[in-house]
Design a protein around this ligand. Structure first.
Ligand code: HEM
Ligand SMILES: *[C@@H]1O[C@H](CO)[C@@H](O)[C@H](O)[C@H]1NC(C)=O
Ligand SMILES: *[C@@H]1O[C@H](CO)[C@@H](O)[C@H](O)[C@H]1NC(C)=O
Ligand SMILES: *[C@@H]1O[C@H](CO)[C@@H](O)[C@H](O)[C@H]1NC(C)=O
Ligand SMILES: *[C@@H]1O[C@H](CO)[C@@H](O)[C@H](O)[C@H]1NC(C)=O
Length: 299
């Protein structure tokens, strides 16, 4: 029955010649790719997400950053960052599948504005200011000032750093759009970043991912398997970073952000489940090797 439904899904996914059923991936903390870091060469594609760029630099995604599918992202974020498939769907893969289905793309395409890209990133300029794809040292220097006060990066530390970035932007850039969506996604990025680096990472580890797009195994970070579904941990950290910033919430005066009180509220803001075809997403996850992901109750 299960096999039949998978075959049916494959049929429905149709037109994808190379789609094939992959085995359940395994998170292996001793995977040699953790210690193998190669910066991008000329012609390689990198995008606005420092985590996905890091995965490409370590070979968990194709090093070229090109010809990548949603399936590669789901498997690569699991193998390299131990990110649960339901969470990679919530944080971007659902949007990807909406625009691209299983067609391949290059990492730089992720900075197409309005897709997942948003204003007020920690290390990228807003789209209105030009290059919103590549690391920008000037932008990053503002939140970094705040992070430098901390030796271990807590949700409050990264929340404070992002607040500094947002306030700087609001003060200097009349056209910025640090609205509810940017703030909610920013909080989620905060949670993802610290969760994927063990929960309370050293500043140097965070700098490694943002500035060098390198998983900091050379700086003492040890990849550790997380729970099967790590969404509650990530959302709890993300929410703590947001709620530690009452001043930001106040000046934005944003009713959506004010209504976010628990992890489920935050998830609903970034991943409005009714806007997606969950049947389709579930069949893609089966192809990716995750055959029993349930979106009804994943918190
Ligand atoms: C554990 C996994 C991930 C982590 C730790 C992570 C982390 C981050 C961080 C910290 C940023 C903000 C960069 C900044 O503010 O300068 C970011 C941006 C972004 N991420 Fe990821 N990410 C992860 C997974 C994903 C996935 C699965 C996708 C799906 C395609 C994705 C797509 C993006 C995009 C498009 C942006 C740009 C958004 C913006 O304008 O700031 N990320 N990510
Ligand atoms: C893109 O990737 C697919 C699957 O990994 C592969 O079959 C195909 O040959 C690649 N295409 C190009 C142009 O590299
Ligand atoms: C970095 O961002 C600043 C502020 O938006 C901008 O003036 C500068 O041109 C950007 N630098 C690069 C290299 O894009
Ligand atoms: C952190 O450092 C910055 C600049 O060095 C300073 O203005 C700020 O008050 C410090 N404290 C916190 C909690 O950010
Ligand atoms: C959702 O996806 C399934 C499987 O691909 C498809 O059969 C169905 O028509 C889609 N539903 C909508 C509303 O697009």
């Amino acid at each position: 029955m299960k096999l039949l439904s998978v075959l049916v899904s494959m049929f429905l996914l149709g037109g994808i010649g190379y789609a094939q059923l992959l085995p359940l991936p395994i998170f292996n903390p001793l995977d040699p790719r953790f210690d193998d870091w190669q910066p991008p060469g000329p012609g390689d594609s990198r995008g606005p997400c420092p985590a996905l760029n890091s995965l490409a630099n370590h070979g968990f995604l194709p090093h070229s950053g090109k010809n990548i599918t949603a399936i590669d992202i789901v498997r690569g974020t699991f193998e390299g960052l131990c990110l649960s498939p339901e969470f990679s769907v919530a944080v971007g893969v659902a949007e990807l599948l909406k625009s691209y289905t299983l067609a391949s793309f290059d990492l730089h395409e992720l900075s197409n504005y309005g897709f997942i890209d948003h204003d007020c990133s920690l290390s990228r300029a807003n789209i209105g200011d030009g290059d919103n794809n590549d690391f920008n040292e000037t932008i990053w220097s503002v939140p970094l000032q705040v992070l430098k006060n901390y030796s271990a990066i807590t949700p409050q530390a990264i929340g404070g750093a992002r607040t500094a970035r947002d306030l700087f932007d609001i003060a200097h850039n009349p056209n910025q759009e640090c609205g509810a969506r940017s703030i909610a996604f920013g909080a989620l990025d905060n949670g993802l970043l610290i969760a994927s680096l063990g929960g309370s990472p050293k500043l140097d580890w965070v700098r490694s991912v943002i500035e060098h797009e390198r998983l900091p195994t050379n700086l003492g970070f040890t990849p550790t398997p997380l729970l099967i579904n790590n969404s509650p941990i990530i959302l709890t950290l993300a929410l703590a970073s947001l709620l530690s910033q009452p001043y930001l919430i106040e000046i934005l005066g944003n009713t959506v952000i004010k209504m976010i009180k628990n992890p489920a509220d935050l998830l609903a803001e970034v991943f409005p489940i009714k806007g997606y075809n969950i049947t389709y997403i579930t069949s893609v996850l089966s192809l990716a090797g995750f055959s029993s992901v349930n979106f009804q109750n994943f918190l």
